[in-house]
Design a protein around this ligand. Structure first.
Ligand SMILES: NC(=O)c1ccc[n+]([C@@H]2O[C@H](COP(=O)([O-])OP(=O)(O)OC[C@H]3O[C@@H](n4cnc5c(N)ncnc54)[C@H](OP(=O)(O)O)[C@@H]3O)[C@@H](O)[C@H]2O)c1
Length: 219
């Protein structure tokens, strides 16, 4: 069986867990990053039940040094990343008139800059091995802003733009850059069930280089 390592930045009970299950089933060892892994310890039981290799690391995705150190530790312990999924969000729910500029910038570090840092960290190894998939979790506010969440909307627009410029730069290589734009509220048992949405990431992951798509809009 091929050796696959999947790093998920932003592990939690919703998409994070669903993505871990989906990529564990693809044969990947799982490196799960969040600020407080202890808070998510109970989520590991279903992953253990399926006998996946799972390790957790603590890092704030908005802190470049901490994120880089955690990614380096994950690759040292599990091996080079074949899949990177950037799933973190700073959920500041404020309208633009109440949003402080400092908050917007701090959120942007998590919502966009962390994706750039993580991608730059794993990309050289992927290019050398001639294989790799980098997927960002997007959101419908990238297209249709909601005034109650100005900062996350700006973040999702930026993240989508980053995915597209990375994909342009890497066109013609064997590294696949994509974003899954979730245009609805994630909720188990609905069309936006996280396990169903996670299959969109698997679809992108399984694409051969000639088929690479940059965006999957899940609506
Ligand atoms: N939920 C929805 O309805 C919805 C809709 C559209 C798009 N999305 C997108 O889907 C993604 C996942 O959302 P979800 O609600 O399903 O969340 P989730 O995957 O259940 O959890 C995400 C995890 O990210 C971690 N995280 C947050 N900030 C972080 C940071 N600065 N550094 C490292 N880890 C961080 C949190 O753990 P710690 O607190 O321990 O750090 C949290 O548990 C997000 O990108 C979100 O924008 C969600």
């Amino acid at each position: 069986m091929k050796k696959c390592v999947c790093i998920i930045v932003g592990f939690g009970p919703g998409m994070g867990l669903a993505l871990a299950k989906a990529f564990g089933r693809e044969g990947c060892a799982l490196a799960l990053l969040s600020r407080d892994p202890g808070r998510h310890a109970s989520l590991l039981a279903p992953l253990d039940q399926e006998s996946f290799t799972v390790r957790t690391w603590a890092a704030d995705a908005g802190d470049e040094a901490a994120l880089t150190a955690a990614l380096a530790a994950a690759e040292r312990e599990l091996g080079p990343a074949e899949v990177l999924i950037y799933n973190a969000l700073a959920p500041t729910f404020l309208p633009p008139t109440a949003l402080k500029a400092d908050q917007l910038v701090a959120d942007f570090r998590v919502n966009v800059a962390g994706a750039l840092v993580a991608t730059q960290r794993v990309l050289p190894g992927m290019r050398v091995r001639g294989r790799g998939t980098v997927l960002f979790t997007g959101g419908g506010w990238a297209f249709q802003p909601w005034s109650g969440a100005a900062s996350p909307g700006i973040g999702k627009a930026g993240l989508r733009n980053l995915a597209q410029s990375l994909a342009q730069e890497l066109a013609g290589t064997d590294v696949h850059i994509g974003t899954v734009t979730i245009a609805g509220q994630v909720q188990a048992g609905t069309h936006f069930d996280p396990d169903k949405i996670a299959q969109a990431y698997v679809t992108l992951y399984r694409q051969a280089p000639a088929e690479f798509e940059t965006e999957f809009i899940y609506d």
